[in-house]
Design a protein around this ligand. Structure first.
Ligand code: HEC
Length: 193
């Protein structure tokens, strides 16, 4: 059985407890640390569900688990922390994960940097922007590299039964044809300041 390992090496950032960030002077290091902790927890739970489902019933069963659990697990990670947490991509599988303008811009920059030789696992952007409803918000976007185990469902040679299941669930699927190491998408987090 293959192990599913997200290359989230950059999670060595410190786990800083509840930040004292204010709108005037956000503590960027503390916010980045908090975000890294949430990504680690979210990625870990998703990875666990995916691995268990692959072992139980192979990729076709795992597709259903991924499809049913990804959003609730993100919401759980968010609810526990007051952050908003999700995944998006430049090549979407589920149109509900579509990026907003900010995420689109960050992913375009990441793809540029990847084309110039930077590794997907090193791509991260953190900034403070105007919140849609006034005030400021902290946003962090971190690239998710494609690992070997991801290729069963996101690579270029899918098993026919996997392709058929994906065709049924995601008729507009664009998230195929990835190679190991390439940016598959991003984790996207935000928190009102
Ligand atoms: C068993 C099949 C399967 C495997 C293996 C798999 N995925 Fe997915 N992936 C899916 C499905 C199904 C979705 C759609 C989930 C949804 O409906 O929100 C998805 C969605 C995503 C998304 C959200 C953006 C989008 O396109 O909707 C990202 C990012 C992603 N996968 C990355 C990965 C990475 C990285 C790996 C390897 C660690 C991986 N996936 C392994 C099936 C899989």
């Amino acid at each position: 059985m293959k192990t599913i390992s997200l290359a989230l090496a950059a999670c060595a950032l410190s786990f800083t407890a509840a930040s004292t960030a204010s709108a005037a002077e956000p503590d960027m290091a503390a916010l980045k640390g908090e975000a890294a902790g949430i990504i680690k927890a979210f990625a870990g739970s998703l990875q666990g569900e995916l691995k268990a489902a692959m072992q139980r019933g192979g990729p076709v069963e795992a597709i259903q688990v991924c499809s049913a659990k990804a959003v609730p697990l993100a919401e759980q990670a968010a609810a526990e922390s007051g952050w908003s947490v999700g995944r998006t991509s430049h090549k979407l599988r589920n149109p509900k994960n579509a990026p907003d303008a900010f995420e689109q811009q960050v992913m375009a920059d990441f793809l540029d940097r990847q084309a110039k030789g930077e590794k997907a696992e090193d791509l991260v952007a953190a900034t403070v922007v105007d919140a849609p409803d006034g005030g400021k918000e902290f946003r962090l976007v971190k690239a998710i590299p494609t690992g070997e185990p991801c290729l069963a469902c996101h690579g270029s040679s899918l098993k026919p039964e996997v392709a058929a299941e994906l065709d049924t669930l995601y008729p507009k699927d664009e998230a195929r044809g990835f190679s190991a190491g390439e940016m598959r998408g991003v984790f996207t987090l935000s928190r009102k300041l």
